[in-house]
Design a protein. Structure first.
Length: 315
């Protein structure tokens, strides 16, 4: 079967659409078996090249699009699936199943490749994206916080605050709490309250959000976030975490920082490393201590505790 590319939407084919146009959709299964297409849901396929080149988040968005192609506005995406289509930061692995809201009468269950979560309110904090409905950034953060833990909740809540233009500590907390109250949550209420009070839109990545949680757990002095360091009127750098009175900065080094495509196609990874070295040299020359941490320091907080203790940031 020759794939009608002009009928593809986001690299996807829907057998119902093709069937209505007179195509032999039974051949789609044979094409999928041959590896040209990947089956995402019953009657919905995606171009294999599109699938193979997609990131984990993009693959989950494709699963969401496949679900919407089948169910349309019957589905309201939630939790990880809402985070995926809204491009919010999500800590866990993107799931194989699409997450969506279900009525309490129909219950929480897995059916048709969808993890349905029971909630009678499928209207509050819901956006219509045209191709699907989804919980908005605040409700998404609340759903993640209530069900997936404090750390996961903070990561998504920080991202939701950024998406809504809130950049400071406490900004947007009242809106998150008001949303949670209107939803009349049956579980995770205290955790949602803790997340709302802790969330900060200045955290610009999952690593930075996780770092804040670990710093708080270790009892470290509270840092300022995303600070511009200026010396004698000369701008030196913008840093992730800063203790100005101690002239200490802390940088989280995630892999994305050193991926050239994210920082400009003309710049190699070597260029970025050299620039970071020069940036750090400027700070040290101005009397600042520069500390750097990576993912392993967050997974093994005792390593970070020792580093902070050496520099007097915890007792």
């Amino acid at each position: 079967m020759e794939i009608p590319h002009h009928l593809m939407n986001e690299g996807m084919l829907v057998s119902g659409t093709l069937d209505a146009l007179g195509y032999d959709t039974r051949a789609l299964r044979r094409v999928a078996t041959a590896g040209t297409l990947v089956r995402l849901a019953r009657g919905v396929y995606v171009n294999a090249v599109v699938w193979q080149s997609a990131t984990p988040r993009e693959r989950h968005v494709l699963r969401c699009r496949a679900t919407a192609a089948r169910l349309g506005n019957q589905v309201v995406l939630a939790a990880a699936s809402a985070a995926a289509v809204l491009d919010l930061t999500y800590l866990g692995r993107w799931p194989e199943r699409v997450c969506a809201l279900n009525s309490v009468a129909d219950g929480t269950r897995v059916r048709g490749g969808i993890a349905w979560r029971a909630h009678d309110d499928r209207h509050t904090g819901v956006l219509d994206l045209g191709w699907v409905r989804t919980t908005d950034p605040y409700r998404t953060a609340i759903e993640v916080s209530a069900r997936e833990g404090f750390l996961a909740g903070v990561v998504t809540a920080d991202s939701a605050l950024r998406a809504n233009g809130h950049r400071g500590a406490g900004d947007g907390a009242s809106e998150l709490l008001a949303m949670a109250e209107s939803l009349q949550l049956q579980r995770g209420v205290r955790r949602v309250e803790r997340v709302a009070a802790f969330a900060n839109g200045h955290s610009e990545s999952a690593g930075e959000s996780w770092t804040r949680v670990v710093l708080a757990d270790l009892g470290a002095e509270h840092p300022e976030l995303q600070v511009d360091i200026v010396d004698d009127g000369l701008w030196l750098a913008r840093v992730d975490f800063c203790w100005p009175e101690r002239r200490i900065v802390l940088e989280f080094d995630g892999a994305k920082k050193y991926r050239a495509p994210l920082r400009g196609a003309a710049r190699s990874a070597e260029d970025i490393v050299i620039e970071e070295k020069k940036r750090e040299d400027r700070l040290r020359a101005a009397g600042w201590t520069v500390l750097r941490i990576v993912w392993d320091d967050l997974r093994e907080p005792e390593r970070l505790r020792r580093l902070l203790r050496r520099h007097g940031l915890i007792g």
